[in-house]
Ligand binder design. Sequence first.
Ligand SMILES: NC(=O)c1ccc[n+]([C@@H]2O[C@H](COP(=O)([O-])OP(=O)(O)OC[C@H]3O[C@@H](n4cnc5c(N)ncnc54)[C@H](OP(=O)(O)O)[C@@H]3O)[C@@H](O)[C@H]2O)c1
Length: 83
Amino acid sequence: MKILVVGAGGQVGEKIAVFAQRSSHYTIGAYKSKKPASGFNEILQLDKTNKSETRSIINKFKPDVVVDTAALHNVDYCETHPE
Ligand SMILES: NC(=O)c1ccc[n+]([C@@H]2O[C@H](COP(=O)([O-])OP(=O)(O)OC[C@H]3O[C@@H](n4cnc5c(N)ncnc54)[C@H](OP(=O)(O)O)[C@@H]3O)[C@@H](O)[C@H]2O)c1
């Protein structure tokens, strides 16, 4: 399978990279600002809030699965910045 991991430079993304390296799946890691160390077959930059860029990457790579780990998980920050 071809797997696109969004948020590849994050904690969960880096863990997925470890498993990806051990598997036979072709894994593409997409990061916003913190580039993942290694483990992915391909690494690219993506801000998933940019819809046209996201569509273009999906259309280019045609992944079977997209794993989206990208999130703001600081609850206090999210409550004070609901937008
Ligand atoms: N870590 C855990 O143990 C754990 C446990 C349970 C659930 N979760 C959930 O899993 C998710 C990921 O957690 P995490 O610990 O991996 O967080 P993290 O280390 O902060 O990683 C989140 C990643 O999302 C990226 N990101 C944020 N906005 C983005 C955007 N607009 N486009 C593309 N990428 C974007 C960040 O990129 P930049 O830093 O480059 O901006 C960052 O690399 C969260 O929903 C969290 O609540 C985590």
